[in-house]
Every structure is written in C-alpha cells, then in structure tokens.
Design a binder for this molecule. Structure first.
Ligand code: EZ4
Ligand code: CO
Length: 397
C-alpha cells in the first residue's frame, strides 16, 4: 500500500484551511488538516518543498515509522509549523489505515469507551444582557456546557466576543486592560452562574492575558462559582508560573492549545498543575503524539479537552472525535462550529445532537473534501488580531 500522490489543498470556505490529501497506489485516500491560523502558507511550503518528496513511494501503513522519520529525521524538532505538517501526514495515514481495514478510526484506536462526546460551544456578548441571551439560545439547542466570553466596560472588542477572530488584510488591533478585566470578570461570571443555576457547566477562556498574581487572584475569586474550568490564565511557556497559580486556588485549569510537543505538556501533567490538557491532533503532531499525551495525562486523572475553535478544520474534528471516543480519559470537546460554506467543502460523518458530538461509523475519520467546492473559495491572507495595553504596550492576544 504505497503512497502514490500527496497534495496540499488550500481553501477558504469562510476561513482559511490547509488540507493534505494522500492517495495510495490502490486508490485509497486519506485527509489531514495542516491549518495554522494566520501562518497558513508556511505549513504549505514545509509540506510541498520538504515533506511530500519524502512520502512518495513510502508504505502508507507505516504510520509510526513515518512520524519518527519526519520528526527525528528533520533534525530541527518541534514548533507549530513542523508539527502541523507532521500531524497532517499522520492523520491522513490513520484515515487510510482505517479505510483499508473497513473500520471507523476509533476501532483502530482501541474501540469505543463511550458513544458520544460532551461538547461546549462559545457564548459571546458585547455585554452581560447580550451574553445571557446567547446562553439562553444555546441552552435551547441542548448544550449543557458553555464557554462564556463577554465585552468589558471601557474596552471595545474583547477576546471571544466576535464570531470571526481572523482578519483579512493586516492584523486588527485590540485594546486590553488587565485591571478593568479583573474588576469585571468575577461579577460577570457570578451573574451567569446565578442565571443558569448549578447544573450547567460554565467555562471561561482568559486567553493568556493576565500576569501570574492576577491569574491567582481571579482563580481564587471565582472558586465558589464552580467553573468547569478557567482556560489559559497566563502564557504557559514557564511552568513555574502555573505552579504559583495552582497554590492559590482549586478552580480547575485547562492549558495547552498552543503546545506542540509532549514535552510542553510533561511538567504540567506530572506535577498535576492542570485538570484538562488542550492539545489538538493538528497542532500537536497528529494522533500518534496526542494519544501519548492523553495516556500520560491519564496517570494523573487529567482529562482531554482538544482545542476546537473554528480554525480546527472539520478534518481535525473527525480525528479528535474518533480519539475522544476511544480514550478512557476523554473530558470534553470544544465545538465552536464552522461557517456554512465549510460544511459544503468538507462532507463529514461526525454530527452534533443534544449537547454532544458523535464520530459517525464511516470508515476512517469520516471527513472528506469536495475539491470542486473548495476551488470556489480561494485562500486570502488573514491574521489573528494583535493586542495592546492601553499605554500601547504589545500584549498577548
Ligand atoms: O485564539 O483558535 O479556545 N480557543 C481559543 C481560540 C484561539 C484560536 C487561535 O487560532 O483560544 O479562539
Ligand atoms: Co483558548
């Protein structure tokens, strides 16, 4: 089952996606997502110029060996571009192997630990009343876990209050004020808890915006609200910072959406500094590495929460849902949704119903690409916003 062809498909059905399509001599094909939001073409070049020439003629069944070949063989290890490229190859090869076996991918990953995966959508509002309306609408659609992001008085365009974060042209700029946020966020979260009651799981993403002592203060102040989690309170390159936050609060922490190596996760897991690990197949080297991260996390009863913002393509959702279905320590799946055009370009077996996602039973990961539809939505350069403090200092978006 040798690889005959590998191609990169770049399209923008509402937002940019980079997809790798691998085909074997026997005519089976598999898909992998390689999207790195705002830096898409770097992965395209990495795949086209350096990875694809190594794939042609290789045995498509040798997933582990191919992963090691691309990881160790490059000498230069890690980083989002490299690992997204490896991930795309890895997920496409798992897709092919499962199709060759005539099985849905979760069967190859150990079989089902559950039939459906709890998921959470994004509720957003420019202010508290608008956020309450959005939460009510999402409750009406059956969601029982909801992420809350709200506009902050005095600041326009707070993180997560706008459906589309990517910007065409040059990066948009957002203003940020840590103290204004800290005055407002606990009150906002308390109001939400009072309105929805204890049964709904509430999540909140700080998006790396606080200093360590501010994060500790917030985690402590919201402790009695029993959030499902507080996400990315600070940038997590320095693990000792998380240790300090942890000492001050029992609010569960979720971190890891920008991690791309198992080594990025290791200290946070082994020291029990987090409760949910946020890596995704696309940004952390595919299923081959992410299932190892999940297994490591299981030793400390840390559960998975694969990143599922809109820039994770439907292909990554397919991979994540099959892995989530198989893992014993699956926790929750973020489900931000995609623009309607993406549904047209990526026919998929996974589905939403009643607060949960299902993987479907199609062979492979169950997500395909309609290339004619994809061609109708050409790539346009776009960026995530950048963020500045009110005095102009560049901050963490
Ligand atoms: O900013 O996916 O939890 N979700 C997030 C996202 C990230 C984007 C980056 O491309 O933090 O909104
Ligand atoms: Co996040």
């Amino acid at each position: 089952m040798n690889i005959r062809e590998a191609r990169v498909i770049i399209c923008s059905p509402g937002r940019n996606f980079v997809t790798l399509r691998i085909e074997t001599e026997s005519g089976l094909h598999g898909l992998g997502d390689a999207t790195v939001n705002g830096r898409e073409m770097a992965v395209v070049a990495y795949l086209q110029d350096h990875v694809i020439p190594c794939l042609l003629g290789r045995d498509a069944g040798r997933i582990e060996d191919t992963w090691q070949y691309l990881y160790r063989g490059a000498y230069w290890r890690g980083g989002p571009i490299t690992m997204a490229a490896i991930a795309a190859v890895d997920v496409a090869l798992w897709d092919i192997k499962a199709k060759a076996a005539g099985m849905p991918l979760y069967q190859l990953l150990g079989g089902a630990s559950r039939e459906r995966m709890l998921c959470y959508p994004h509720a957003r509002g420019v202010d508290v009343p608008a956020l309450l309306d959005h939460v009510a609408a999402l409750r009406g659609q059956g969601y029982r876990a909801i992420r809350l992001q709200c506009g902050i008085p005095g600041l326009d365009r707070a993180y997560g209050t706008d459906a589309s974060q990517a910007r065409r042209g040059l990066p948009a700029e957002q203003l940020w004020d840590c103290e204004a946020y800290l005055r407002f966020a606990p009150r906002m979260l308390r109001t939400m808890r009072e309105h929805v009651g204890e049964e709904v799981d509430l999540l909140h993403d700080v998006h790396h915006r606080l200093t360590p002592i501010q994060a500790a203060r917030l985690a402590r102040e919201v402790e009695s609200l029993h959030l499902f989690w507080l996400e990315d309170p600070v940038p997590a390159e320095n693990h000792e910072v998380i240790r300090m936050i942890r000492q001050h609060s029992t609010t569960p922490l979720a971190i890891g959406e920008v991690f791309n190596s198992i080594h990025d996760c290791r200290a946070l897991i082994q020291e029990q500094l987090i409760d949910y690990i946020r890596v995704t197949p696309v940004h952390a080297g595919g299923l081959t590495q992410v299932r190892r991260i999940a297994d490591l996390a299981a030793l400390w009863q840390i559960r998975t929460a694969f990143h599922g913002a809109g820039d994770m393509s439907p292909v990554t959702y397919g991979a994540a849902l099959h892995l989530g279905r198989a893992l014993s320590n699956f926790g929750i799946q973020e489900f931000a949704g995609h623009p309607p055009e993406a549904r047209e370009v990526f026919p998929r077996a996974w589905a939403y119903a009643d607060g949960h996602l299902t993987s479907g039973e199609a062979p492979g990961h169950g997500v395909d690409i309609d290339e004619a539809a994809a061609a109708r939505f050409p790539y346009t350069r776009s960026y995530l916003p950048v963020c500045r403090l009110t005095d102009g200092t560049l901050w963490n978006y």
